[in-house]
Write a protein that binds this ligand. Structure first.
Ligand SMILES: [Zn+2]
Length: 320
C-alpha cells in the first residue's frame, strides 16, 4: 500500500512539473526568437530609437508586424496597434496588442517594456549610435517572446495587454499617457521588463524585482518559481530608486501592482546609457532564462488564480 501511494505521489509530482515547466525544446525556440528580436531592435538601422526619428519609426513598425503575425487585437477597439499622442511638439505612439482573456476579459495583465532609447550621442571610437541593446531592446524582446508564448499556450482567463512604451527615456511619457486614459481599475498587474541581458549580482538564473515590498506580487512570483532553478530577489539597489525610474511607476502611482523585472548590475554597468550598450555585451541565455522565469512566475496571475494586492505608496509628507 505504502509503496503504491509513493508511486502515485511521484507520478503526480512529475505530471505537475510537466504542466508548469516549459520544455527544453520550447526554450530552444525561445532563444532563436530572442536573438532575432534583439539583433533587429538594436541594429544600427534603428539609429538608437530616439523619439521623433525615423529610427524609432522602424522599431514601431517591426513591433507592429510581430503583433500582426500573432493575430493580437488592437487595444479597446482601436483601428491599429498605435496609441498616439502629442508631446514636446512630436507625435508619439505606444504600440499595444491584446490577447483577449476567456472568462475574465475585462481584467488586464499588462506586459511591457520601452522601445525608445537615446538615439545618436557623441562619437566614441567612431561609434555614435546608442543602440540600447540592454536598455531596453532586451525588454521589448521579452514582450514579443511572451506574446508568442501565450498565443501558443492559450488558457489565459485574463486579457494580456502587451505594450511597447515610447518616451520612457524622456521621463516615462508613453506609460504616463497610457495611465491617464483611465485604465488603472482594469489593470490587475503590471509586468514591466527592463535590462535583462546581463547576469544579476545574485548570479546566473536570477533577477530582481523593483518595489518588491509594495505589494505581494513578488511573493506570488517566488511561489510559482519554487522547484525551478531560477530565483527572484527584492531590488538590492534602493539608492537608485529604480521603482520610480521605469514605466511600471506610471501604473503603480495609480495603485496598480506594477513592478519591473531586471537583471542589470546597475552599480557596475559601465555601458548604461552609452554608445557601448551593444548586443555583443549581452547573453542570449540570460535573456531567455529570464523570459522563461517570467512566463512561469506570472502564470497564475494570467490564468486568474492569483490576484496581487494593490501597490501602496509612501505618503508624500513622510520624513526622508
Ligand atoms: Zn530603460
Amino acid at each position: 500500500m505504502k509503496i503504491k501511494r509513493k508511486i502515485i505521489k511521484a507520478c503526480m509530482a512529475i505530471l505537475f512539473l510537466s504542466i508548469i515547466d516549459i520544455s527544453a525544446q520550447e526554450v530552444e525556440i525561445m532563444s532563436e526568437q530572442v536573438k532575432k528580436h534583439l539583433y533587429t531592435l538594436a541594429s544600427d538601422t534603428m539609429e538608437g530609437r530616439k523619439v521623433g526619428t525615423e529610427g524609432i519609426e522602424k522599431a514601431a513598425q517591426y513591433i507592429e508586424s510581430e503583433f500582426k503575425k500573432l493575430g493580437l487585437k488592437p487595444f479597446q477597439g482601436a483601428k491599429d496597434y498605435r496609441q498616439t499622442f502629442s508631446k514636446g511638439g512630436m507625435e508619439l505612439s505606444n504600440i499595444i496588442g491584446v490577447l483577449e482573456g476567456s472568462s475574465k476579459k475585462k481584467e488586464w495583465v499588462v506586459v511591457s517594456a520601452h522601445y525608445d532609447h537615446l538615439g545618436i550621442l557623441k562619437a566614441v571610437k567612431g561609434d555614435s549610435i546608442a543602440n540600447g541593446a540592454d536598455d531596453d531592446a532586451s525588454g521589448v524582446t521579452a514582450v514579443l517572446t511572451l506574446a508568442k508564448y501565450w498565443k501558443k499556450r492559450g488558457g489565459n482567463k485574463r486579457s494580456i495587454v502587451f505594450i511597447a512604451f515610447t518616451g520612457e527615456e524622456k521621463g516615462l511619457w508613453g506609460s504616463t499617457y497610457f495611465g491617464s486614459q483611465g485604465n488603472a481599475e482594469n489593470c490587475i498587474a503590471g509586468i514591466n521588463i527592463e535590462m535583462i541581458g546581463k547576469d544579476s549580482k545574485f548570479g546566473p538564473k536570477t533577477a530582481f524585482l523593483t518595489g518588491y515590498e509594495r505589494s505581494d506580487f513578488g511573493k506570488i512570483i517566488q511561489k510559482n518559481l519554487k522547484g525551478t532553478d531560477y530565483t527572484l530577489h527584492p531590488d538590492p539597489y534602493k539608492k537608485f530608486n529604480l521603482f520610480y525610474r521605469s514605466d511600471n511607476a506610471s501604473l503603480a502611482r495609480l495603485g496598480v501592482p506594477a513592478h519591473t523585472f531586471s537583471t542589470c548590475p546597475i552599480d557596475k554597468d559601465r555601458y548604461y546609457h552609452t554608445v557601448d550598450d551593444e548586443v555583443e555585451t549581452l547573453e542570449i541565455k540570460t535573456i531567455t532564462n529570464t523570459i522563461k522565469a517570467i512566463a512561469i512566475g506570472t502564470e497564475s496571475i494570467i490564468l486568474g488564480k492569483d490576484t496581487p494586492t494593490r501597490v501602496t505608496l509612501e505618503s508624500s509628507t513622510s520624513a526622508h
